[in-house]
Write a protein that binds this ligand. Structure first.
Ligand code: NDP
Length: 424
């Protein structure tokens, strides 16, 4: 990442960590309230109470306090009235730990409401982010969002089996939808989500944050430039050790809520990554269970698979080989070409992703700044797609394609056969 992006990211991180909107900072510095008491007393270094009769130190400091132009590399973002008002639906680990703290660092989005099954938690979260009690909703009262003019869109961060219902309801209320991955439990649900949003003339985007992660973005650019020659193989591993005693581990063990197992939840990163990095769509799939549904984790029986290995063939002849797992930790993607290789490891973490390139020029590990740029990029893309009335970059159709392919991977693992991918 260049210096400009690094500085922007750092400033956004700082603002996000303060929990305040960038515009609030601007207003504080311009709307009557002076930036510092010294500046108000002395004007632009012309004396005032800290005049020439005071100590030499005061003269020096007031003389040095001047209004400077806005640094050219800074971007303040829209004022609140122009930002897309977002209701967060589901206040779980990802919403609370990753999304809510970063909204203030975006350019075009503001938090407008929260929806939760736990009123006390929702009130506390609303208060922490400066929302009034009027902006707190529960699932029963979800349809009241229709009359909340502050809410332009919803961000659905519920277990996957609930994505379709809340996406369709939100579209019918006239709200745009950003929905977490995996898009839904089945491709039929995905199609109904796409249709509902199209019928209501609302945008639908899936939260594939990695498409804005600086190391992943750079990898795609290098691959398109031919840095490692012709791509022959992509290898992906995504795994985590599932703890069924945690609230977010509990539903992941149940197909009725999770839609699928490790493939649906984290294996999707290898699949989407292979498509994103290659720019191609698979034509044929093979797969084998490592641990089919029925295995035991933490003393509980999972009715989803804990692990599956799969292989995809792409039109150019390149192959992708990947593993998803709920019984070990892994997070990497590597791309191998006839003139070198590119490795992302970790590839899809919230923070600290790394890129390594090896080719005839040697080995390089470019420092590309903060991975949390991915959250700002994703949220701002959604707001801009709404504003510009265009398809978001990771649209419902992108989410549907992954679910369709994962269904075929399950079929391949179940039957032991090579499964062709029918046209979309
Ligand atoms: P959590 O279990 O931590 O949060 C889910 C929230 O959904 C709950 O806290 C609850 O919110 C609400 N909910 C409503 N009904 C249910 C139910 N029957 N069972 C459980 N929760 C329910 O999960 P995560 O935050 O880890 O995951 C949520 C979504 O975000 C999933 O789709 C997941 O795949 C996705 N995700 C995406 C990530 C990414 O990097 N893009 C990373 C992690 C998750 P409340 O109590 O407020 O009602």
């Amino acid at each position: 990442m260049n210096d400009y992006l690094w500085q922007t990211v750092t400033r956004r991180k700082f603002i996000a960590s303060m929990g305040i909107a960038p515009t609030a900072l601007l207003l504080a510095n311009t709307a009557g309230a002076p930036a510092t008491p010294h500046a108000s007393a002395s004007g632009a270094g012309t004396g005032g109470t800290s005049g020439a009769g005071d100590t030499g130190t005061s003269v020096a400091s007031s003389a040095h306090i001047t209004g400077r132009p806005m640094p050219s590399e800074e971007t303040l973002g829209d004022p609140p009235s122009h930002r897309l008002g977002l209701a967060i639906v589901g206040l779980g680990k990802y919403a609370l730990g990753q999304i809510l703290p970063r909204i203030a660092g975006t350019q075009h989005v503001r938090l407008a409401a929260v929806v939760s099954g736990n009123k006390d938690k929702a009130r506390a979260v609303a208060a922490a982010y400066g929302l009034s009690e009027r902006s707190v909703y529960d699932y029963v009262g979800f349809d009241q969002l229709r009359d909340d003019a502050a809410v332009d869109a919803v961000y659905i961060i519920l277990p996957p089996a609930l994505h379709a219902e809340y996406t369709i309801r939100a579209a019918q209320l006239g709200k745009h939808v950003l929905c977490e991955k995996p898009m839904a439990s089945t491709s039929d649900e995905c199609r109904r989500m796409v249709d509902a949003c199209e019928r209501a003339n609302r945008k639908l985007m899936i939260g594939y944050r990695v498409h804005w992660e600086p190391h992943n973005v750079e990898a795609v650019q290098l691959l398109r430039k031919g840095t490692i020659g012709t791509i022959r193989q992509i290898v992906g591993q995504h795994g985590m050790t599932l703890d069924p005693s945690t609230p977010h581990g509990e539903w992941r063990m149940q197909r009725a809520l999770a839609g699928g197992g490790s493939l649906w939840d984290i294996g999707i990163y290898s699949l989407n990554g292979a498509r994103f990095l290659s720019g191609e769509e698979p034509v044929e799939l093979r797969a084998a269970w490592r641990h089919p549904a029925g295995a035991t984790v933490g003393g509980k029986v999972a009715d989803v698979e804990l692990g599956v290995n799969w292989e995809a063939r792409f039109p150019s002849g390149l192959a992708a080989i990947a593993t998803s797992a709920y019984d070990y930790m892994a997070n990497n993607l590597s791309v191998h070409g006839d003139k070198g290789s590119i490795e992302l490891s970790p590839a899809t973490s919230y923070q600290g992703n790394e890129l390594r390139i090896e080719n005839k020029a040697g080995r390089q590990e470019p420092r590309l700044g903060e991975s949390d740029e991915q959250f700002f990029g994703m949220l701002d893309e959604f707001a801009l797609a709404v504003r510009e009335n265009r398809e978001p970059r990771t649209s419902g159709r992108e989410g549907l394609q992954d679910i369709r392919l994962m269904e075929l991977i399950y079929e391949a693992a179940r039957t032991g056969r090579t499964v062709p991918v029918p046209p979309a």
